[in-house]
Design a protein around this ligand. Structure first.
Ligand code: SF4
Length: 88
């Protein structure tokens, strides 16, 4: 496991209720940093733009972020939703 895997695994351990306002400013979700925060308490899990690609496991992607077919565009379902959230 490399340090990126470890970091992502740590992010998975946080529930969506544990994201504070200051965490949203420096959100792990690049779409929040680019577009601002979505609805209070919403996570990417409930967004219609989230989809999964199944290989040896499921790799989640945000349809509005693009997909490089690499880990750089992998998306966490527990990340706080961005302003482009669409109820799924
Ligand atoms: S568009 Fe949806 S899936 Fe993508 S970052 Fe925003 S809330 Fe998450």
């Amino acid at each position: 496991m490399n340090s990126d895997d470890s970091s992502l695994r740590q992010q998975e351990l946080f529930s969506e209720e544990e994201f504070s306002a200051s965490e949203l400013i420096s959100s792990p979700n690049p779409m929040v940093r680019e577009n601002g925060s979505g609805p209070e308490g919403a996570s990417c899990r409930g967004c219609a733009h989230l989809y999964g690609k199944r290989y040896n496991r499921i790799y989640y992607k945000c349809g509005l972020r693009g997909d490089t077919n690499g880990p750089g565009t992998d998306h966490r379902v527990r990340w706080p939703a961005c302003a482009r959230y669409k109820e799924g």
